[in-house]
Design a protein around this ligand. Sequence first.
Ligand SMILES: Nc1ncnc2c1ncn2[C@@H]1O[C@H](COP(=O)(O)OP(=O)(O)OP(=O)(O)O)[C@@H](O)[C@H]1O
Ligand SMILES: [Mg+2]
Length: 407
Amino acid sequence: MDNIAGPPVEGDNFFGRAADINTLRELLEHHDLLLLGPRRIGKTSIARALMRAMREAGWRVVEINVAACLDERAFVEKLEAVLQQETASLGDKLWNSVSASLSAIRARIQTVRIPGMIGVELRAASAEDWTTVASELIALIARLDQRWLIYIDELPIMLLTRIIRGDPATGVERVRRFLDWFRNDVRGLPGAARVRWLISGSIGLDTLVQQHAMADTINTLRQVTLPPFTEPEATAMLDRLGARYGLALAPTDAATLLAAIQWLQPYYVQLAFSELRGLLAARPGAAPDTLIDATIEQVAQSSADNDFHHWEKRLAEQLAPATAGHARALLNQAAATRDGARAELLLATLAERLPNATAEDVKQIFVDLRDILLRDGYWGAAEGAEGRRYRFLLEPLRRWWRRRNTL
Ligand SMILES: Nc1ncnc2c1ncn2[C@@H]1O[C@H](COP(=O)(O)OP(=O)(O)OP(=O)(O)O)[C@@H](O)[C@H]1O
Ligand SMILES: [Mg+2]
């Protein structure tokens, strides 16, 4: 197993998560899944491991990443391309004919109508709606006696940053139509139950739809998340990496390292191991146990800036500016100590920022924000002697956050 901290991992580099894969497999028998979670928690990696398992079980599987899709047409184009490729790869007569039918739709995709997009109407007043063509693609594969898994990665980016941001006039309406297509049109197709969907992304699609009062559009998707590793799992991963790089850690050192990370998502364990390797390379012959503290500091230091910036950025991406400001203020307060901040004090901070709101309104805003920050992995609740506290889950992120917000 290689020490990879960043891109999706596959095959031997994918560690553990066997139980999670089984759960997802079982859920896919009857549900479409929405896998949301902060960046780098391993969504793409587990989706690919799941795809492999489904393929072995006889399903046809395809993956598209729609982060770069500027509109619905680009989405349909990508979908057509992978379905076409998958059906053609089978090489028999029936599949070839489906593949040919898919290809025949390609030309129509170029002229589809997308609501709110100026110019398109002028070019083709009689053009079909994009949903008609997209549904036909799905209908073609649903007709086959075969189960399908379609994995769509980064859908929230397409919906939020491309469509809503890119089209202030009708973007929200288009997103609603997109999600409605998915929920109603696709499900209404004959054989639709043979086609299962796995949708993932790091920006909260749940928060997005709530904000635009369209939570109903995703209520048929089963939401799933990826829990962090347990300490024994993370220790086993460190052992595996240690064996690969001749860098065995004594159990107490491994425990210290993991305690300092606190939230044992595999990415942060990989990151710590990689920092430790870097320190050892600079000091050949040093005993690993003398470098544990420096490793922890290194993880929370500026060299790792890119790894933490997205935590701050996503607040601005998915929340209104004033709300994002409140979230930052609450997090600044919680970052002050490892134990976090008491709920009452956080509420008081929010009340100070909202001098014209009633106590009831402040409480409601607090509860909404608290839940978003819980769901998105910023903080967790802990019961202490003097009541409930909210504290950062990822200790290196807390250190980074505190340093960043210290003058
Ligand atoms: N099962 C695993 N075993 C080992 N490392 C893992 C595993 N899952 C995730 N990782 C670590 O997390 C990193 C990111 O994984 P991945 O790209 O799958 O996450 P993601 O949630 O899709 O991230 P993004 O939101 O940025 O797309 C990998 O480079 C690796 O360091
Ligand atoms: Mg990913």
